[in-house]
Design a binder for this molecule. Structure first.
Ligand SMILES: [Cu+2]
Length: 496
């Protein structure tokens, strides 16, 4: 990547080694590190799985309270978070395909929120529309169809404040399973492990530092997995399936194993790949999810395998400690009756032809704002009108300037056709809803627009860019429900 000196300064990367500060922060503020703690000492943990408050023949009903809490990320220090049920990441919801979910989100914070279940084909009024806010003291019941098996996540989507709210803790995983996937006999149960990666920055008193560098980007120097800085996970010498999510604000990861062995990718954002893909490095931009297998059976007991993430120029790093994320210590022998089939779930290419409609969206910067086709968010403007069940190719174009934009398109699962005319990375050849758009890249994606009509958002998932103001909307078909048509209700809430 080529960056000019001006861009380097913008990113907080100063070639001389001195840290420059063009945004009015003091050099000291930019140079300030989080309290230094040892890596690979805190035990790995999983977010708890949320049980339904009740269930009936078709539907499971859940309740989540958004509230402040004091948690210990750094040993001996308390950090205030805004958590789903007071924890960060929030509890994991695990649901069966085609059962329905109703999730009641209660806002006991003192800021307004909106909840997007990322990867779900929700109706517009339950999709976490950025202006469909839940004010403090209100609640909203979100309805989810769970119509495909994949790794999803729920997170805040409040207009102009998504980056702050997610950074303060409002993110959690949501898994939809089905019989096809279960029949593959992939590692499951305790061997199927969510990994939610976030980078955060802490003051010496433990409080979170939110420094978005003049509404440009937000980076931390502490790598957390499931809310634990640089955790150490004890594993058996067998296969594990990981579901990894980059829930950070602005950091793209480039994952690899310290042993140089392959990550065996089995799934992309929106479901399983057709076949496993072996790769030495796995790019994981913000909001992307991948499923991968690591086979620890080849390592002697006592081996430490580190999940690495080299420093990238786009990440504005001031601390090399972010180059490692967590470690796996192989501590015990176990037999392994799980499988890694040669074929997973066939991804049928969406048919395209010379007459397939094409639209182009340019992700750039102008007037001190992040823009799409030179425009900022306006909920009264619609920038694309695909037909219901219409197939369209969208060109996602990254402007220059040293920035990358992971573009998220709501509602639909898409396929990546090519990037600057070159084929997608092998592990990108599956169903996806976030696309890494690099500097001066044109990424062609295709989708069949449905199954719902109505207005849905598209935005950059560098959530600082999304907030200021790289977001637009498209409208599928005509006459769909208004995204603002089911407003939040004041507490107290009736029984679920
Ligand atoms: Cu962006």
């Amino acid at each position: 990547m080529k960056i000019t000196r001006r861009e380097a300064i913008k990113l907080g990367l100063a070639s001389s080694g001195a840290l420059l500060s063009p945004f009015g922060f003091s050099d000291l503020a930019l140079a300030q590190f989080s309290p230094q703690i040892p890596r690979f000492e805190q035990p790995f943990r999983l977010p708890p799985e949320l049980k339904p408050a009740r269930s009936d023949a078709t539907t499971d009903y859940y309740e989540i309270v958004m509230q402040k809490a004091q948690v210990e990320f750094l040993p001996g220090l308390k950090t205030e978070i805004w958590g789903y049920n007071g924890i960060s990441p929030g509890p994991t919801i695990r649901q069966q395909r085609d059962r329905k979910s109703v999730v009641r989100f209660i806002n006991n914070l003192d800021v307004s929120t909106s909840i997007h279940l990322h990867g779900m084909a929700s109706l517009p009024q339950y999709d976490g529309y950025a202006e469909d806010l839940i004010p403090p003291g209100y609640y909203k019941d979100y309805r989810y169809p769970n119509n495909r098996a994949s790794t999803l996540w729920y997170h805040d989507h409040a207009i102009r404040h998504t980056s702050r709210n997610v950074y303060m803790g409002l993110a959690g995983m949501y898994i939809v399973e089905d019989d096809v996937e279960r029949s593959l006999n992939l590692p499951q149960g305790e061997y199927e492990v969510p990994l939610i990666i976030q980078d955060k920055k802490f003051a010496i008193d433990g409080s979170l530092i939110f420094d978005d560098r003049g509404q440009r980007s937000l980076y931390g120097d502490v790598m957390l997995v499931n809310g634990v800085p640089w955790p150490r996970m004890e594993v058996a010498n067998r296969k594990y399936r990981f579901r990894i999510l980059n829930a950070g604000a602005s950091r793209t990861c480039q994952l690899s194993l310290s042993t140089g062995d392959d990550l065996i990718v089995i799934g992309s954002d929106a479901g399983l790949l057709s076949a496993p893909v072996r790769t030495k490095t796995l790019r994981l931009a913000m909001a992307e999810r991948y499923g991968f297998i690591v086979d620890f059976s080849k390592y002697p007991i006592g081996t430490r395998v580190i999940l690495r993430n080299p420093i990238l120029p786009t990440n504005g790093d001031i601390d090399a400690r972010t180059s490692e994320i967590m470690c796996f210590d192989v501590v015990r022998r176990e037999s392994d009756d799980s499988s890694l089939p040669d074929k997973l779930r066939l991804v049928q290419p969406i048919p395209v032809s010379a007459t397939t409609p094409v639209r182009t969206f340019r992700f750039g910067r102008g007037g001190n704002q992040w823009t799409i086709n030179n425009q900022t968010w306006n909920r009264h403007r619609v920038d694309a009108n695909p037909n219901l069940d219409g197939i369209e190719i969208w060109n996602l174009v990254g402007a220059g300037g040293g920035w990358i934009h992971p573009v998220h398109i709501h509602l639909v699962d898409l396929q990546l056709l090519d990037r600057n005319g070159s084929p997608p990375l092998p592990y990108e050849r599956g169903w996806k809803d976030v696309f890494y758009v690099g500097e001066n890249q044109t990424v062609r994606v295709v989708a069949k627009f449905g199954p719902h009509t109505g207005k849905y958002m598209m935005h950059c998932h560098n959530i600082v860019h999304e907030d200021h103001d790289m977001m637009t909307q498209f409208e599928v078909g005509q006459g769909g429900p208004d995204p603002m048509s089911v407003p939040a209700q004041p507490l107290p809430a009736p029984p679920l």
